[in-house]
Design a protein around this ligand. Sequence first.
Ligand code: ZN
Length: 183
Amino acid sequence: MNTLNKLVHAASFAAQKHTGQKRKGEEGEPYINHPLEVANLLANVGGVDDADVLIAAILHDTIEDVGVKLEEIREIWGERVAGFVLEVTDDKSLPKPERKRLQVEHAPHLSTEAKSIKLADKISNVRDITRSPPTHWEIERCVAYVDWGREVVAGLRGANPELETIFDEAAKLAYEKFKNLGQ
Ligand code: ZN
């Protein structure tokens, strides 16, 4: 398979695996919008043209959210892609607060490529929460989510300045929106 074929395969694979899954916002968008946005941010904002990174971005939630095995990713897309996906995958056997704490702790130790994926992931999540907050989330919880995203991103800085700027803008917009809602 050439590079483009592999990329298309990843998009189709992720779409199938995320079938029926929705984002947690009130709009309930199809989940696949998220990994595609992450890959698009990397390619067309972050200037990333490394196909393995873009493929890993498309696949980045398939282990964590829909139970794809690392081995399957390794067999189809190779060791490098599998490694990036693994780097941005939480250990689901741990309780949520611990996973969130570990993301902050691990961020500075990720490869540059995984840092960029994580940055784009955080941009997408902060944008989604701003545009379409989960229905059962109080404003405080939304603000706490953005605070935590900023803590993770603090450990990712230096990997991709363009994406860092876009993240800062997204966080600023989020705070403005939640501040207005809170008044
Ligand atoms: Zn994600």
